[in-house]
Design a protein. Structure first.
Ligand code: 4NS
Length: 439
């Protein structure tokens, strides 16, 4: 009976989508479908993630801070061979126990690609379509000169713009639902992360005219899809992402599934300003733990359970997603996983109770609470000063000291193994043919 009521779950992650890159935040970038989703669902105004990609995804998959198990500080480089450790239970593994028979990962994995044990199909997903690495070419699907486009463990020669191909697959997955058992669709788009590449009609919609000078192409990436400026090209990529998300939402609607489907959309980190993103009025950007790097656009919609049209200003975070989804699926066997760092946000989302009073660890010597942020010994009052202009540690020494102690406790959780820097091991690395996994 529980399985009948359990919602379908669709988790959509955008890559490097900044605070000021969505229409409903006042951006000139057109995102009509996300704007509508924000009106229909609950807008999470204080949703925090890690300042970079891989740690956010690792915390999403486990409900636990990724520095506990060595996935911190850097993104997963192509020349790495680690992944989420076997003793960390993953989102699809836990939902499998709750009757979620079909569990798709469609998009960018970025949590281990060199060993079969780290592959999405080894971590609880029943299907995988997409890519292992970050920053693949949107048209050729190459990274490090090799084809990083796969169905399951096999390479795929499907042609097309990645954002569109991922939406195609997501729609196929939804259309194959028999309406009986609930499903999990994890849909992490690579967009709008660099390389800056958009389709011609999307560029035209942002003012590109044939014959105009295009951005020079960069490094290993092809010439296709370059617009006249970074921001215009990025904008076109975001609108394409919005269109793709709209197709997924339409598919749910057409199958009569929208009412009992929990859709959660958020960005993996803030926008990268040098690569087209924008986080105004927030301070900072991707790679930093200023608000612009870690406070991101986020919306959750579940029409059957959540009253729409609400903006929640309560603290919420990437590590809360898994505990919340397990609660929605009415499965919370605490013996099946290590203790979560996140909390179940259902009481807050249904309007029954306030979110618990707590802190969120942001990495890099920073911590946030409902009211405060401590970063490198500086204290900001986020209620009065959300853009972090004024350090008031001297005026509130007790608050600063308490947060400093909490920060130390979080940092003491870090696994002890040494993490290689991003570029370490790059020299002489040759990607395997089609990024095939041998072991
Ligand atoms: O970070 N990257 O992977 C990255 C950065 C820049 C880049 O070139 S751009 O001109 O398209 O921004 C491509 C990829």
């Amino acid at each position: 009976a529980a399985a009948e009521e359990a919602p379908n779950i669709v988790v959509i992650v955008a890559d490097d989508l900044g605070w000021n890159d969505v229409g409903y935040h006042g951006s000139p970038i057109r995102t009509p479908r996300l704007d509508a989703l924000a009106r229909e669902g609950v807008e999470l105004d204080r949703f925090y993630v890690c300042p970079i990609c891989t740690p956010t995804r690792a915390g999403l998959m486990t409900g636990r801070y990724p520095h506990r198990f060595g996935m911190r500080n850097t993104v997963m480089a192509p020349w790495r061979d680690y992944g989420i450790p076997a003793d960390e239970a993953c989102l699809p593994e836990l939902l499998a126990a709750a009757g979620y028979e079909r569990r798709a990962c469609v998009g960018k994995w970025h949590l281990g690609h060199a060993r079969r044990a780290h592959h999405p199909l080894s971590r609880g997903f029943t299907s995988f379509y997409g890519h292992y690495n970050g920053a693949i070419d949107y048209f050729t699907h190459l990274r490090e000169g090799e084809l990083d486009w796969h169905r399951g463990f096999e390479s795929s020669r499907d042609e097309g713009y990645t954002t569109t191909l991922l939406a195609d697959e997501a729609v196929r997955f939804i259309e194959a639902s028999d309406g009986a058992a609930p499903f999990l669709l994890y849909l992490p788009f690579n967009a709008p992360h660099a390389p800056l590449q958009a389709e011609p009609d999307a560029l035209e919609a942002y003012g590109f005219e044939e014959g105009q000078k295009r951005l020079p192409h960069r490094g290993e990436y092809g010439r296709r899809g370059r617009g006249a400026t970074k921001r215009a090209t990025f904008s076109a990529m975001v609108t394409a992402l919005d269109t793709a998300i709209g197709r997924v939402l339409d598919s749910l609607e057409e199958r009569g599934l929208a009412d009992n489907t929990l859709v959660w959309v958020f960005s993996d980190n803030g926008g990268e300003v040098q690569l087209g993103g924008n986080n105004k009025p927030l301070r900072g950007a991707k790679h930093t733990v200023w608000e612009g790097g870690v406070r991101v656009p986020a919306i959750v919609r579940w029409p059957a359970k959540f009253e729409g049209g609400r903006r929640s200003t309560e603290l919420a975070a990437y590590v809360d997603v898994l505990p919340t989804l397990l609660a929605a699926a009415k499965t919370d066997d605490s013996t099946s996983h290590q203790p979560f760092d996140g909390v179940d946000l259902l009481p807050m989302l249904t309007g029954q109770a306030a979110a618990p009073d707590r802190t969120i660890y942001l990495g890099q010597n920073a911590i946030v609470s409902q009211e405060w942020k401590l970063k490198d010994g500086k204290l900001f009052d986020l209620t009065d000063d959300p853009n972090e202009t004024t350090n008031i540690a001297d005026e509130h020494p007790k608050v600063a000291a308490e947060l400093c102690e909490a920060l130390k406790r979080y940092e003491a959780l870090a696994s002890k193994e040494r993490m290689p820097g991003y570029a370490e091991g790059r020299e002489g690395f040759v990607a395997p043919k089609d990024w095939a996994i041998e072991r």
